[in-house]
Design a protein around this ligand. Structure first.
Ligand code: URA
Length: 243
C-alpha cells in the first residue's frame, strides 16, 4: 500500500465512518468577482491611523513579504509578535487560504503550524497532497489581539495583501478554509450550507475555481462533520487531477 493511501485510510479510520462512494465533482456554481464589501463596512478609511497601501509596484512574493513585514496595521499589528505570510510551495497548483494566525503561528511566523494546521496537513495528505503540493496563507496576516475572531476591518486592512498574494502566486485552485476565508473572497455566508460548493473568484482579471471547506479547528470540535469534509476533499482531488 503506498504512503498516500495509508495516510488516507488512517485519516478516514480516525473519523470512524465507512468509506463513501467517490462523488461526482460538483459543478462550479456562481462566477464571482473578488468580493468587495459595501463601502460603509470598510473602515480603514474611517481610521486615519491605518495607512492605505499601494502594492502596484510589488512584483514578487518576496517583495510582498517584505512590504507586509514593514507595514503598520495599527492595533492589529501592534498586538502581534510578527506578520504571518505563508508556508509551502509558492509554485503549487493549490493555494490554501485560512482565517488568521493563532498563538503558534504568531510565535513561529508561519500559517497553520498549530493543532488545526496539523489536522489540515493530514486532511490534505489523505488526498495524497504533501507539503510541496500546496501553498498556505491566511486572510488576516496578524494574530488578532487576545486571539479574538478577525473583525471586518482586520480583513479589509489585509485585503490588498491577500489579493496581491493570490495574483503573484497564480495558483490554479483556491481552497477557502473556514467561513471567514469563504466570506472574504466570495461574499457568501454560512460555511455549513456552502462547504463543498465550487465557486469562482476573480482577482486582477483572473478567475480561480475556489472550494470552501470546513476549518480544521471546527472539525476538531465537531468530528462528526469530518465525513462531509472528506467528500469535499475528494471533490478537490478530482479537480486537481483534472487540471
Ligand atoms: N487557523 C487559521 O485559520 N490559520 C492559521 O494560520 C492557524 C489557525
Amino acid at each position: 500500500m503506498d504512503a498516500a493511501l495509508r495516510s488516507l485510510l488512517d485519516w478516514y479510520a480516525e473519523m470512524g465512518v465507512d468509506v463513501p462512494k467517490v462523488p461526482e465533482p460538483r459543478p462550479i456554481r456562481a462566477k464571482r468577482t473578488a468580493f468587495k464589501p459595501p463601502a460603509q463596512a470598510v473602515s480603514p478609511e474611517a481610521d486615519p491611523s491605518v495607512p492605505q497601501i499601494d502594492l502596484s509596484k510589488v512584483k514578487t512574493l518576496e517583495a510582498l513579504r517584505e512590504t507586509l513585514n514593514g507595514f503598520d496595521a495599527g492595533a492589529l499589528s501592534d498586538g502581534a509578535r510578527q506578520a504571518v505570510f505563508s508556508r509551502g510551495n509558492p509554485d503549487a497548483d493549490l493555494m490554501v487560504i485560512g482565517e488568521a494566525p493563532g498563538r503558534d503561528e504568531d510565535i513561529q511566523g508561519k500559517p497553520f503550524v498549530g493543532q488545526a494546521g496539523q489536522l489540515l496537513d493530514r486532511m490534505l495528505g489523505a488526498i495524497a497532497l504533501g507539503s510541496e503540493d500546496f501553498y498556505v496563507t491566511n486572510v488576516v496576516n496578524w494574530r488578532p489581539p487576545r486571539n479574538r475572531d478577525p473583525k471586518p476591518e482586520d480583513i479589509e486592512i489585509c485585503r490588498p495583501f491577500l489579493e496581491k498574494h493570490i495574483d503573484l502566486a497564480r495558483p490554479k485552485v483556491l481552497l477557502l478554509v473556514g467561513g471567514v476565508s469563504m466570506t472574504a473572497l466570495t461574499g457568501l455566508t454560512g460555511i455549513m450550507k456552502n462547504h463543498g460548493q465550487w465557486q469562482e473568484v476573480s482577482i486582477a482579471g483572473k478567475a480561480y475555481p475556489a472550494l470552501p471547506l470546513y476549518h480544521p479547528a471546527f472539525l476538531l470540535r465537531r468530528p462528526e462533520l469530518k465525513k462531509d469534509a472528506w467528500r469535499d476533499l475528494l471533490s478537490l482531488r478530482e479537480t486537481l487531477l483534472s487540471l
